[in-house]
Design a protein around this ligand. Structure first.
Ligand code: ADE
Ligand code: ZN
Length: 320
């Protein structure tokens, strides 16, 4: 399984900020750290909900100040991904988390895409960057962010929707997703992580996304499960994240393999690996340890990761 080539389709670059780098960047910029030490940071990473995690995640991102920081963040992620035989990545970033602190968007793009280019050169890792809107902010803020990102249109392949789900349904962002579609961008959204299955329907019907991030709440609605199967809508599932944020009561109760058996195109991903205790292989390992995933199931999941990607048909086939 470690040796199997894999694609990662659900990872927030800000969520790959390991405590070591967080402390290093705080020192570089002379800013107070929320943690005394790496150990103190890890001890603080205990969550009882999505919001309890987001509070620490946004606090941590405050150390990212210049293009070099975004480069280092992305580079360190790619180095870890390469060590786990991840050969294609479609990472998310949250521009609003940075522009709200007056970090120029061009510094964010320069750092991230510089590292992604180097990753392809040095490791052969291909990539497609996805710009996420924060759903707890307004659609007007998302529209302004999208406008500001258009000069960098050639540096991202899609848009997504993340942050606090419950109370912020996808349909709040209908106009900005329509604009992104008109620009030829791929569309994804977090839905059915903490929210119920109606959030998944809403992402499909109002935003016309072609892939759902998380989506584990789909099981509440058998009609929806059939729809996802019949329309081959992939789910980017994040097992360790779901456990840490208590979206599932225990790994034994995770539905990823049930959905796989039902013919849904589920994939395995790390979400925010620096906070949830594992990168890709640790997520796959959890399925073996707690759900008894077989070799065939692991292979099917890695094949799904390429099928569900935004790679062109030829490149997909080369990986299958
Ligand atoms: N931002 C980073 N990780 C997230 C998650 N798991 N859900 C929603 N927003 C996020
Ligand atoms: Zn996520």
């Amino acid at each position: 399984m470690h040796a199997l080539p894999k694609a990662e389709l659900h990872v927030h670059l800000e969520g790959t900020l390991e405590p070591e780098l967080l402390l290093r960047l705080a020192q570089k910029h002379g800013i107070p750290t929320p943690y005394e030490s790496v150990e103190a940071a890890r001890t603080a990473y205990q969550f009882d909900s999505l919001q309890s995690f987001l509070n620490l995640y946004y606090k941590g991102a405050d150390v990212l100040r210049d293009a070099e920081d975004f480069y280092t963040l992305t580079w360190e992620y790619l180095t870890r991904a390469h060590a786990q035989n991840v050969c294609h990545v479609e990472p998310f970033f949250d521009p609003q988390t940075h522009t709200a602190r007056d970090i120029p968007l061009d510094a964010v793009f320069e750092g991230i895409t510089g590292a992604l280019r180097q990753g392809e050169k040095e490791f052969g890792i291909t990539s497609g960057l996805i710009l996420c809107f924060l759903r707890d902010l307004s659609e007007e803020a998302a529209l302004a962010t999208f406008e500001a990102a258009l000069p960098f249109r050639d540096q991202f392949v899609g848009v997504g929707l993340d942050s606090a789900e419950v109370g912020n349904p996808p349909s709040k962002f209908t106009r900005v997703f329509a604009n992104a579609k008109a620009e030829g961008l791929h569309l994804v959204a977090h839905a059915g992580e903490e929210g119920d299955s109606s959030y998944i329907w809403d992402a499909l019907n109002a935003l016309h996304v072609t892939r759902i991030d998380h989506g584990i709440a789909c099981e509440q609605d058998p009609v929806l499960v059939a729809y996802l199967r019949e329309h081959a809508i992939p789910l980017t599932v994040c097992p360790l994240s779901n456990l840490k944020l208590k979206a599932v009561p225990s790994m034994k109760e995770h539905n990823i393999l049930r959905l796989l058996k039902e013919g849904v195109c589920v994939t395995v991903n790390s979400d925010d690996p620096a906070y949830f205790g594992g990168y890709m292989n640790e997520n796959y390992e959890a399925l073996v340890t707690h759900l008894g995933a077989t070799k065939e199931e692991l292979k099917a999941l890695t094949c799904n990761s390429f099928r569900a990607s935004f790679l062109g048909e030829k490149d997909k086939q080369a990986h299958l």
